[in-house]
Ligand binder design. Sequence first.
Ligand code: PLP
Length: 410
Amino acid sequence: MATCGRLRLFDQCLRNSPFAIIQRFSSRTTFKASDLRLNLTRHPGPKPEDPNKCIFGKHFTDHMLAVEWNLKTGWGVPVIKPLENISLHPATSVFHYATEQLFEGMKAYRTVDNRIAMFRPMENMNRMNRTAKRACLPEFDNEELVKCLAELVRVEHEWVPHSTTASLYMRPTMIGTEPSLGVNMSSSALLYCILCPVGPYFDTGSFSPVSLMADPTYIRAAKGGSGAYKLGSNYGPTIRIQQEAIKRGCQQVLWLYGEDHQVTEVGTMNVFVYWINEDGEKELATMPLGEGIVLPGVTRSSLIELAHEWDEFKVTERIITMADVSKALNENRMLEMFGAGTACVVCPIDKILYMDQTLEIPTMENGPEIASRFYKELTDIQYGRIPHEWSYTVMEDAGKGDVSEARNNF
Ligand SMILES: Cc1ncc(COP(=O)(O)O)c(C=O)c1O
């Protein structure tokens, strides 16, 4: 034990020594899209016949992006290569301490004017870098990863569904790869991105509202914790609670927090209420980010920015409690409640099972006026029906050209 302790101390001293710190700073602090190497398959797989029937996360495209990092030399050369298994030592840190696993969720769309575009990719990159810092994984230059991702999407452009209800889901991921059981910073990492065509969230073609279980026994995140970051370790423990919600006849979990049962998130979405507040004003409200217990969603900030632009009702980032929700319902002030995230854009809420009572939320009875308007506005931007700076063009004329033969440079 004593030897082990001394070894651990020695290891920590080495990692924190001036030499190691100088070495870290002299290593490559980012990878560069201009170094990107392409190793493309000569046997591309069949594309889904009906992308609208693609179940989330089950179908993968032919290629992946991968970049390795290590403490000594920093970032390596980014590569786009055929999708393949990853072989790692069983002691690898990601298998033991899931905090060394982080991810992003974003989408590429085929627009009505035949472009392929990503939606606000820099926002995802900013969040990915914030999460990397929190997980002691290496940071990188946001723009360089956006350019690499754009190239991956260009290579896979035929996989981007020809549909204005389906899209190509992008899953940038980073894992600690050091084969060591020490609860320590990993001295090596792998960043990769895989892609899946995905069908519509609402397969009926129109909004289907969800029912929620709100049980204060469970929390998703706590102050001082890591809920504001997209770490794999925030998600695994929620699966059992989601199962519990289904057992109780609900579709998703409404995550509460604190003695006052603050309304924080819905499943893996941010949550909004649209109501007439106690001062008689129409207001859109959502949990503030300062508490550090909700994920700063790209959709969340887009809705807030749009609502500010419309300037038709009050927009507030403030704590909302279940008592506020119940009171608004009792006083007929509640208009709509909905979740917001990349998967669905907005998802109306119609019931909340709370303290053995089912609260009926009149979202659908009220249109839903605001949820539908947000949905239309964001999907109009995503599918290019209206030009907007949030649409990041990856390919101008996505109907032509075959990249698979010409671009191999291995
Ligand atoms: C916990 C959580 N909250 C909110 C969101 C919505 O974030 P975004 O709008 O960036 O998809 C997600 C989805 O990634 C999430 O996992």
